[in-house]
Design a binder for this molecule. Structure first.
Ligand SMILES: [Zn+2]
Ligand SMILES: [Zn+2]
Length: 94
């Protein structure tokens, strides 16, 4: 009789509503209470920033940062789109 109700590996019981949740659940499926004993570290493992995505923030070719307001501008811009400061290194001919 007892074996029939044996918990699956890692299963846990909600402290709030006593619903049994699976090991993979980090919060109660019924009342959304946090898994007891689940540390912030373990929950952040799934939502931690993935540093491999750095390429997504790579500057486009020729892009430049404004010295004044730090806005990133495109290579074709000769002035900052935000503060109109001249592109560094561009010689402004009168
Ligand atoms: Zn619950
Ligand atoms: Zn600027």
């Amino acid at each position: 009789f007892g074996d029939k109700f044996k918990k699956p590996e890692g299963a846990w019981e909600c402290d709030t509503c006593l619903v049994e949740n699976k090991a993979v659940d980090t919060k109660c499926v019924a009342c959304m209470s946090a898994k007891p004993g689940a540390s912030a570290a373990s929950s952040s493992a799934s939502s931690a920033p993935v540093f491999g995505l750095g390429d997504a923030f790579k500057k486009p070719e020729g892009a430049w940062d404004c010295d004044v307001c730090l806005v990133q501008n495109k290579a074709v811009d000769v002035q900052c789109v935000a503060c109109q400061a001249a592109k560094p290194g561009v010689s402004v001919e009168p």
